[in-house]
Design a protein around this ligand. Structure first.
Ligand code: ZN
Length: 485
């Protein structure tokens, strides 16, 4: 299997450190808001990698962290903690904010068919390990204490090692362009980053340390927890391309300073999702949460899109290419997935013949080849569409297939579409809610007609039964509205 290694900037044969086992770490969400499309892509990309490695027979330990402390606004070393800010605005305990958005993230991931990782460590649960880690970097001489905070000494590190090798940034240019921000006067150099921050008096999340009551820097948790659960060297580290700099660059510097060598062997980055060609973000007014996608509840959306439609849409592009969201693109994905699942349904009814006029040879090899080529999921889908075409030909009587052909086709769908790409057929796991929503609409239309002819018995029966089942029905000027209670 070949994967593109961001560190060497080329495709490399994947050879795990320990035969038969894979250690993989993926940066998870900072839980201070509902999950959005930008969360779905890394989760689905590395879910497919996890599924494929497992399919190949590897025993995979998949660690995906939860950032619940230390991630400051603008990914910088100053400003408010993202979780703490939300807690202050909503008058909640920070851990209430974390739990609320973590539950919502898990729910969205389950609906998207994303398998839970093997370990999901929280930054706040690993403070002791992080303090230890900082102390070792201090002992190695690559950090300094300033006003109760600890900063990583980037120029010192850069003199001994090469800072910027992952992102390929020119270090002088980088230093020249770093803006002086509030609080940076504590730093010797603007490119230095916080390993430990002293908490201001009003800061809610704080722990004692040898340097101050404070909290760990954002980059530190991934170095610490990756090493704790996967060892001083492990196979794969993944995340979105937006994390390459500064987050992953800082992770490399921390682990080299800590261990004297690099930790990660293959760095993998999924590309970003744009919306109608624009970057996604709150300031662009195009920030759509996953829940809004599933409900069709955003001015930019023409309709609701099922979680499986979103998953299919993301898999229609190779993970390293950019992916532009638009209503047209998602409707295209919805149609394509429907065609694929109709092929699967037809396949169940296909009548075998004694002789075959179709050529099933080679599809399994081609799909495996596509997955082995840096997870080329759009090519896997293209081969599955070819199989659908064969199914339709046999179904229409224009070709014949033996029972062995039919078994092969079923195996290909099961292995590639369901097990590896993780598509859940409609009707399972509530992947497609539309037929059920239409059925409720239909009942309420019948009720409106009953009311119009003053058939109160029927009208009340429908309303009361729906209420007992758990729907709340509201009469409006133009008809009715309903929701789940
Ligand atoms: Zn991380």
């Amino acid at each position: 299997m070949q994967i593109y290694n961001s560190l060497t900037r080329r495709k490399e044969e994947f050879v795990p450190l320990v035969p038969g086992r894979v250690g993989m770490y993926v940066c998870g969400p900072t839980v201070y808001g509902d999950g959005h499309l930008g969360h779905a892509r890394p989760a689905i990309t590395f879910d497919v990698l996890y599924r494929y490695l497992t399919h190949l027979g590897y025993k995979v330990r998949y660690v995906r962290n939860i950032t619940d402390v230390g991630h400051l606004e603008n990914d910088a070393d100053s400003g408010e903690d993202k979780v703490a800010k939300k807690a202050r605005l909503e008058q909640l305990e920070p851990m209430e904010v974390v739990q609320h958005y973590l539950n919502s993230y898990h729910e969205a991931m389950a609906r998207l068919g994303v398998l839970p990782p093997s370990i999901e460590p929280h930054a706040s649960g690993h403070i002791i390990e992080q303090i230890d880690y900082v102390q070792k970097i201090l002992d190695a001489g690559y950090a300094y204490v300033s006003e109760g905070s600890v900063y990583f000494d980037v120029p010192k590190y850069n003199a001994d090692h090469n800072y910027g090798k992952l992102s390929g940034r020119n270090i002088d240019e980088l230093f020249a362009n770093t803006r002086a921000l509030d609080g940076q006067q504590e730093k010797r150099h603007p490119a230095d980053f916080a390993l430990w921050k002293k908490a201001s008096p009003e800061h809610l999340m704080r722990w004692p340390s040898p340097w101050s009551d404070g909290f760990p820097g954002w980059h530190l948790e991934c170095s610490t927890m990756g090493e704790k659960y996967l060892g001083e060297q492990f196979d794969i580290h993944g995340g979105g391309l937006d994390l390459m700099f500064p987050h992953h660059e800082c992770e490399i510097a921390q682990s080299v300073a800590h261990n004297g060598h690099e930790t990660v062997r293959y760095w993998m980055h999924n590309n970003m999702i744009t919306i109608d060609g624009k970057k996604m973000g709150k300031s662009y007014g195009n920030f759509i949460t996953l829940q809004q996608f599933f409900a069709g509840d955003h001015p930019l959306l023409d309709q609701a899109y099922s979680p499986m439609t979103i998953r299919f849409f993301i898999l229609m592009a190779q993970y390293r290419s950019t992916l532009d969201f638009s209503n047209d693109a998602l409707k295209g994905a919805e149609k394509a997935m429907k065609r694929m699942l109709e092929g699967w349904k037809r396949l169940q009814e296909l009548k075998p013949s004694d002789a075959s006029t179709i050529d099933m040879g080679g599809y399994a090899g081609k799909m495996r080849e596509a997955m082995d080529d840096d997870l080329n999921t759009p090519i896997v889908l293209a081969h599955l569409f070819d199989v659908c075409r064969l199914i339709n030909q046999v179904n229409d009587g224009n070709a014949t297939a033996t029972s062995a052909d039919i078994a092969t086709m079923k195996e290909l769908f099961q292995t590639y579409l369901f097990d590896i790409l993780g598509i859940i057929p409609e009707g399972e796991a509530g992947a497609n809610m539309r037929p059920y929503e239409e059925a409720v609409d239909l009942l309420l239309q019948i009720r409106s007609e009953a009311k119009a002819r003053k058939d109160w018995a029927t009208s009340d029966l429908i309303r009361n039964r729906l209420s007992e089942i758990g729907f709340s029905v509201k009469d409006t000027k133009d008809g009715f509205e309903w929701s789940l209670k």
